[in-house]
Design a protein around this ligand. Structure first.
Ligand SMILES: [Zn+2]
Length: 137
């Protein structure tokens, strides 16, 4: 597994994610409790919060959906945040790991390591032995 160091842009992404969460935080009716920021390879940044409901979607899904809907296809880095988590960063759930792997296995994901230090790893390293849409012949 390749581990990437956190840089200035990564810290900016965390701040952007916290900003969109602060603006939309709702721990009651809509349960907007996670923010996300996504950096595209062209430098564009998208941000979003989770949308709760009987089949709610994580902030990563919402943010990726916004980027894809805007025509983006090349992704660099993504982070999910909540200000009460270590370093304000949350690891993606299994469903989001699968989505990230399918859209961009090389995307870097900001997570905390076992020592509580921020690192970046590629989506493919967050989901070993993942499901693939390959038809065997
Ligand atoms: Zn998720």
């Amino acid at each position: 597994m390749e581990i990437f160091n956190i840089n200035e842009i990564d810290n900016k992404l965390i701040e952007i994610g916290l900003g969109v969460l602060e603006k939309n935080f709702d721990d009651g009716i809509y349960n907007h409790t996670v923010g996300c920021a996504l950096l595209c390879k062209n430098g564009n940044i998208y941000k979003g919060v989770n949308c709760d409901g009987i089949h709610g979607s994580c902030a990563e899904y919402i943010t990726m959906g916004m980027a894809v809907s805007a025509g983006e296809r090349e992704f660099d880095t993504i982070v999910a945040v909540h200000d009460k988590h270590i370093n304000s960063v949350i690891s993606p759930c299994g469903n989001c790991r699968q989505m990230l792997l399918e859209y961009c296995p090389d995307i870097k994901v900001i997570v905390n390591d076992q020592n509580g230090q921020l690192i970046k790893v590629q989506a493919r390293d967050l989901l070993p032995f993942a499901w693939e849409s390959v038809v065997c012949e």
